[in-house]
Design a protein around this ligand. Structure first.
Ligand code: CUA
Length: 179
């Protein structure tokens, strides 16, 4: 069968487009590291009492990351109308060069937790504990690194003001539990 040269050209072009589309979809689904929000961190009754009694939230004392082992730390954050606790008022503090697992949940409505300048960006759903792990680099010199945290889900009248801070602290200034 004879296929005309122009027809071959358009066949090839359509094939290329299809392969290209599959490529971009695959990249978006796998390569970009985007995950659906899940209850990987477990579930909890969305009330202040049950959240505060949850293992991870009960161990969160103040605004500093809790030391687990070696360079691994944990931070439990309650996102609520209209702030992050810890995070709003007092910045969340993590030491430089640490690997930090966050546990985030909400006692009221859906919020977001977006740490500007990092790839941390999660929905916070009442009853579900979002869990994710972030590595913070060593600081060059002694300056601390400051990140803003914002809520990116409309959660009510105070949504625009729902913000916080995360500070990466130099190890010689870190006074958290180093044991
Ligand atoms: Cu919380 Cu918007």
């Amino acid at each position: 069968m004879e296929i005309h040269r122009y027809e071959q050209f358009w066949f090839a072009l359509s094939l290329l487009l299809i392969v290209g589309f599959i490529g971009t979809i695959t990249f978006g689904a796998v390569g970009a590291g985007v995950q659906m929000i899940s209850d990987d961190g477990g579930t909890v009754e969305p009330t202040f009492q049950d959240i505060n009694e949850h293992e991870k939230f009960a161990q969160q004392d103040g605004n500093q990351a809790v030391h687990v082992e070696d360079d691994h730390y944990e931070v439990a954050v309650r996102a609520q109308q209209f702030g992050f606790f810890p995070g709003t008022g007092q910045p969340i503090e993590v030491p430089e060069g640490s690997t930090v697992t966050f546990y985030v949940t909400s006692p009221d409505v859906i919020h977001g937790l977006d740490i500007i300048g990092t790839n941390v960006n999660t929905m916070v759903i009442p009853g579900q504990i979002a869990e994710f792990t972030v590595e913070f680099d060593e600081l060059d010199g002694s300056d601390r690194e400051e990140y803003g945290i914002v809520c990116n889900e409309f959660c009510g009248a105070g949504h625009e003001d729902m913000a916080g801070q995360l500070h990466v602290i130099p190890s010689d200034e870190w006074d958290g539990d180093q044991s």
